[in-house]
Design a protein around this ligand. Structure first.
Ligand code: HEC
Length: 111
């Protein structure tokens, strides 16, 4: 499987940012997009109006094995479709920190 678009430096920085935020007890960071925020969102029901999380249907990345077929824009769209259709939530703006964080998290599952 090919691995691309993996930014080790920014992921490491994201970890620092999230660690700081967890220290403050805030689950939803307002800093740069980062994989750890994406993971937290993936596992939380915060984006849903029906009490589901992404992890309800995709535990351990189930159903997400073909992500390398998608470019980043497609992946953002797929995330938003699942927010809208599966979580009955509000789609996120394309440049939202939350959306970008989930995209980074999903990429990190991709290997
Ligand atoms: C109610 C169940 C459900 C929930 C909740 C859900 N999904 Fe999905 N998701 C699906 C189904 C079903 C598909 C289509 C899978 C397929 O095409 O085989 C899918 C497809 C996807 C895909 C495309 C993967 C592919 O290879 O086709 C992505 C990315 C994705 N979901 C991300 C998410 C994210 C992120 C969340 C949370 C915001 C989420 N999903 C929540 C059921 C769900």
């Amino acid at each position: 499987m090919r691995i691309f678009d993996r930014p080790p430096v920014s992921a490491a920085m994201g970890f620092v940012v999230l660690a700081l935020h967890l220290g403050c007890g805030s689950a939803i960071a307002t800093e740069n997009p980062n994989r750890e925020l994406g993971k937290a969102l993936f596992e939380s029901t915060a984006l849903a109006s029906n009490g589901k999380s992404c992890a309800s249907c995709h535990p351990d990345g189930k159903g997400l094995q073909e992500l390398d077929a998608y470019d980043d824009n497609m992946l953002r769209e797929m995330i938003n479709f699942c927010i809208r259709d599966a979580l009955k939530g509000k789609m996120l703006p394309n440049d939202a920190q939350e959306l970008e964080s989930m995209r980074l998290y999903l990429r990190s599952l991709q290997r």
